[in-house]
Design a protein around this ligand. Sequence first.
Ligand SMILES: NC(=O)c1ccc[n+]([C@@H]2O[C@H](COP(=O)([O-])OP(=O)(O)OC[C@H]3O[C@@H](n4cnc5c(N)ncnc54)[C@H](OP(=O)(O)O)[C@@H]3O)[C@@H](O)[C@H]2O)c1
Length: 233
Amino acid sequence: MFRLQSLGTEYRALIIGNSGALGKAFCEHLRNDPGCAGVTELGRSTTPAVDLEDPTSIAAAAQSLAHQAPYQLIVLTSGLLHRQGVQPEKSLAAIEPEALQAVFQVNALGPALVLRDFLPLLDRKGAMAVLSARVGSIGDNRLGGWYAYRASKAALNMLVKTAAIELARQSPHARLLSLHPGTVQSALSLPFRGAAAARPASQAAMELLSVIDRSLPADSGGFFSYNGERIEW
Ligand SMILES: NC(=O)c1ccc[n+]([C@@H]2O[C@H](COP(=O)([O-])OP(=O)(O)OC[C@H]3O[C@@H](n4cnc5c(N)ncnc54)[C@H](OP(=O)(O)O)[C@@H]3O)[C@@H](O)[C@H]2O)c1
């Protein structure tokens, strides 16, 4: 039976981005963990709502949940690669200012506000994780393309690393991680998977929960793959 070990008995979890493939899978695993005393889900359709393109919604949601703090686990599972009017760019010439702004807003600027408003709700010995992507690794960029998505995830990784340094001063036993889920079956990856073997979201979420569970405070600020390996910046 799946059971997180590192967050104590009766830990409480908060998932931001509950409607996506990975977000739903995280919620399901946590609800089935006998050690989890409760899962709070947030997304654009919950009450309160969190819309990463509406900064006031982020602050208001955190404020309305503050009385339930601390949470021992917080995971931000939302992200944007494509939608109507937003497509990953194959070349510099394809960069569109509105799409660039939307992708940065959802993948980096909104998450910066989530870190600002939700890290204070994290237990001093708790863990917070943010879903990033390997294509946000600058050192690992061999194929090019996908300017907005790559750059926004690289920015996200820097925000996480920087926030982890600040977090460690107040809560040296807490963990804040950037995680790469691998290629996962979801609406986000569907048009771009090609021949790549995409894993079910349930499997990926389980593997990521295991990475979180095995992480140490010394790992805080790091960028890790679903198999636990550290990814170069
Ligand atoms: N799938 C992969 O292969 C893969 C690979 C590497 C990294 N990732 C990362 O993993 C994370 C989850 O991806 P997924 O595959 O589960 O994608 P998904 O099924 O498409 O889910 C995307 C989630 O992001 C939310 N979202 C989008 N725009 C938002 C906004 N403005 N405000 C609040 N929430 C918003 C969606 O909410 P709505 O339902 O309200 O639209 C949904 O919950 C993302 O960060 C992604 O970059 C995925």
